[in-house]
Design a binder for this molecule. Structure first.
Ligand SMILES: NC(=O)c1ccc[n+]([C@@H]2O[C@H](COP(=O)([O-])OP(=O)(O)OC[C@H]3O[C@@H](n4cnc5c(N)ncnc54)[C@H](OP(=O)(O)O)[C@@H]3O)[C@@H](O)[C@H]2O)c1
Length: 258
């Protein structure tokens, strides 16, 4: 690490930074003195997020399913950052049998291809310096065969664990963060009806992020915030697939056809 670099504050690039878990990462890392690069597709909301932080912020308006927008963020990752948070994501209001294939491909791209591209762009300079890392936001659902959303998050978990194994010897930490129900705009944006989910299962985004940063610093490949989410994941590993399928159907949060 050069003298100039070690004297300057660390830099974190966060995708989906204008809302929910992404903006909670921005708040927490700003308090720690990080320099921030905030990425989202809505420039006005990004500006408002940056203005609310007392941190050195750069904003990048990018739609992370558009090839050239992703290429711009990739370049920013290659320039050298200390922490990449791949957080941007969304869900669908309908199951994959009734969702337009273009919408499925867009979600799959954002959750897998973009995460892959940005991670691979960020890692080489981190490995060269022997410091820094990546937090990829997956989900508790990534442990359950529930939907195309859960399938994409299962990929994030598996990929992050593989990356962690490969980069740990070079002192670079990669963590898959697996939140459960978290109070953000996620479910409203997807048009999901969450009234069946009991209140005690919900976590606040700031609490999720506190666990994520602690686990990343401990170099854990997997971060599951909260004992309730840990219990759900453990049960999911023990219960037969058929029973899990019936439980997931009864807890379906998608709007029902009239
Ligand atoms: N909330 C939960 O219960 C929960 C649980 C498990 C995992 N997660 C995961 O946590 C991550 C953050 O979600 P959240 O709960 O914080 O939801 P959120 O409040 O909706 O925030 C997601 C952010 O990602 C942005 N985004 C979506 N598509 C994008 C694109 N193509 N390009 C750039 N930015 C894009 C959104 O922008 P727009 O507002 O313009 O769409 C929004 O600012 C996601 O990966 C999600 O899958 C959430």
């Amino acid at each position: 690490m050069s003298d100039e670099r070690s004297a300057s504050p660390p830099t974190a690039l966060i995708t989906g930074a204008a809302s929910g878990i992404g903006s909670a990462f921005a708040r927490s890392l700003a308090e720690e003195g990080y320099r921030l690069i905030l990425v989202d597709r809505n420039g006005e909301r990004l500006k408002a997020t940056a203005n609310a932080l007392s941190a050195d912020c750069e904003i990048m308006t990018a739609d992370l399913i558009v090839d050239e927008d992703v290429a711009g963020v990739e370049q920013r990752c290659r320039d050298g950052i200390d922490l990449l948070v791949n957080n941007a994501g969304f869900g669908h209001p309908t199951g994959f049998l009734t969702t337009a294939v273009e919408a499925e491909i867009a979600m799959s791209r954002l959750h897998t291809e973009t995460v892959l591209r940005l991670t691979l762009a960020a890692l080489p300079s981190m490995i060269e310096r022997g410091s820094g890392g990546v937090i990829n936001i997956a989900s508790v659902l990534g442990f359950f065969p529930s939907s195309t959303y859960s399938a994409s998050k299962a990929w994030v978990i598996n990929f992050s664990q593989s990356a962690a194994r490969n980069t740990r010897p070079r002192n670079v930490a990669v963590t898959a963060l697996c939140p459960g129900f978290t109070r953000t705009e996620f479910h409203d944006s997807a048009g999901m009806n969450m009234t069946k989910v009991p209140g005690f299962l919900w976590m606040e985004a700031d609490a999720v992020v506190a666990v994520a940063l602690r686990d990343w610093r401990k170099r854990k490949a997997l971060s599951i915030p909260g004992w309730k989410n840990k219990t759900i994941v453990s049960l999911g590993r023990l219960l037969p697939l058929g029973l899990i399928g019936r439980m997931l159907s009864s807890a379906d949060t998608r709007p029902q056809a009239p």
